[in-house]
Design a protein around this ligand. Sequence first.
Ligand code: PBG
Length: 316
Amino acid sequence: MRRLRATESIRNLVRETSLAPSQFILPLFVCPGEGVRRPISAMPDQFQMSVDETVRECAEVKRLGLGGVILFGLPETKDELASGAYAEDGIVQRAIRAIKKEVPGLLVLTDVCNCEYTSHGHCGKIVDGDVDNDATLEWLAAAALSHARAGADIVAPSDMMDGRVAAIRRTLDAQGYTKVPILAYAAKFASVFYGPFREAAESAPQFGDRRSYQMDPANGREAMREIELDLEEGADMIMVKPAMPYLDLIWQARQRFDVPIAAYQVSGEFSMIEAAAAKGWLDHDRAMMESLTSIRRAGAGIILTYFAKPAARLLG
Ligand code: PBG
């Protein structure tokens, strides 16, 4: 076996898996104000950015040839009804319009969820101490529609309510947005690895946790069922999230479903590598590229990752 490993040129020739910047989607956190670029302490080199700074960031993302960006919003105020999630002039809606105007051609995805917009931090409407499924669907459909109206290219629901893909598809179609695809966070687990994100998006639940709607990390068969249901409801693409602890499920999904598969290398996966590298315990760039390569090898064609910019730079 070692004959084909002897030199860099032979290794390049026989490499089975490759990465390209066009497969990476960079998550961005949009906040109110102007000229704001606030570092997120648990996520080195990641920032909460006002709309103008987000636009500048997007211009660089386009220059680097990334696949696109996915937007998360930090509204001015939060309330019980998640009003900011579906407001026509909400923070994400304004960011989409600005990016579409200033950086034409850049693919803009939006995360469709309520947890950044509710005063209690849960992903939907609270009834009797729990998130009410069907009441929440109306908010989600309204949010997706407001994103589409603002010019979003793809909407990506991440809430894990039952029936949300069908509800969003129905609303988009009824309002004439038949061409906007849905990327469903289909198999999304109740993961500890979202910890740093909740600081970044200020979306930690104020009571309880998300286990009554996000999946149990122990369940792989159930993940396949979630994906199947989202596809039946009209999802165009599906996602597995987090990525590295769930490579087996990316692989299984790749074998079973002939649709584009995305994987989200989440905040905790990113921060673990950053922290170990900062301590000198891991080589940053090699850990970054090996983690991304493993996600690709497992079968994800699209990777949402906070490493999108440095990885694209390394790839040249
Ligand atoms: C919103 C959402 C979350 C993430 C993406 N969309 C947080 C959560 O579900 O608590 C996590 C992303 C990351 O950790 O990088 N529901």
